[in-house]
Design a protein around this ligand. Structure first.
Ligand code: ADP
Length: 239
């Protein structure tokens, strides 16, 4: 479980996250949603230890993350835009990460097959399409069998065959009891994959819980409509 308690973060005078509380549970997929600029990426970066919160706490399986980095061994992260050394081949990068992470065995082979990357392994990263880079990011996040998986806009740029296989993999990883956190702009994808949703608005948690509860609260059957309604009401309140 990943637990966030009273987390706040400002950039200069701008308060991006205000007293955020959240629980990301084992064996569940939780989507972080919210309009652009609502702090989703900042929250993920804080969990990863890439950005420091001003106040509040993050616990990964009960351990506070402050000042230690060993917990990051437990987290597999697939960034939205991955920056890998452009001249290295996919094989080189996999080898490098395996060495850095001290990964034993050949678990990556399964994911290379599943993402159909066998024929691309010796190609330098600079020659790869956006979708293939995404697949490399997915393999790298999954291949050391981490207990927590964070996927930032995972299916952007993937063709329908790959993205549907990727969704199956996410569900398989969930069945193994992992904590899975995703962000997505595609509400139907969140509906399809996620058990729970953390909806951020203006730096605060607007809603945290089951997607069905959010739908009920908005009296809607589709998440896209429910979210549109929340944002429309917000605009009216802002005026
Ligand atoms: P989201 O992922 O929901 O689109 P972000 O977490 O990327 O939101 O950004 C939230 C807000 O914080 C944005 O207004 C963004 O411009 C600002 N922000 C993010 N990172 C920084 C930074 N390093 N310095 C200053 N402002 C930042």
């Amino acid at each position: 479980m990943v637990e966030i308690q009273n987390l706040s973060k400002r950039f200069g005078r701008f308060e991006v996250l205000k007293e955020i509380n959240a629980n990301f549970k084992s064996g569940k997929i939780t989507a972080i949603a919210g309009p652009n600029g609502s702090g989703k990426t900042t929250l993920i970066k804080i969990i990863l230890g890439l950005v420091k919160a001003d106040s509040g706490k993050v616990y990964v399986f009960g351990e506070p993350i402050n000042g230690v980095c060993s917990y990051r061994q437990k987290i597999g992260y697939m960034p939205q835009i991955a920056n890998y050394p452009e001249n290295l081949t996919i094989s080189d990068i996999i080898k490098l990460i395996k060495e850095l992470r001290n990964v034993r065995g050949n678990i990556e082979e399964k994911f290379i097959r599943e993402f159909n990357l066998e024929n691309d392994l010796n190609k330098p990263i600079r020659t790869l399409s956006g979708g293939t880079r995404q697949k490399v990011g997915a393999v790298l996040s999954l291949m050391f069998d981490p207990s927590v998986l964070i996927f930032d806009e995972p299916t952007v740029g993937m063709d329908p065959v790959v993205s549907s296989r990727f969704k199956e993999i996410m569900l398989e990883e969930k069945q193994k009891g992992k904590v899975i956190i995703i962000t997505s702009h595609v509400m139907s994808e969140i509906e399809e994959l996620a058990d729970e949703i953390l909806f951020l608005l203006n730096g605060k948690v607007y809603f945290s819980g089951l997607i069905s509860e959010l739908l009920n609260a908005q009296n809607e059957t589709k998440l896209e409509r429910a979210v549109a309604k929340i944002l429309e009401n917000q605009t009216i309140l802002d005026v």
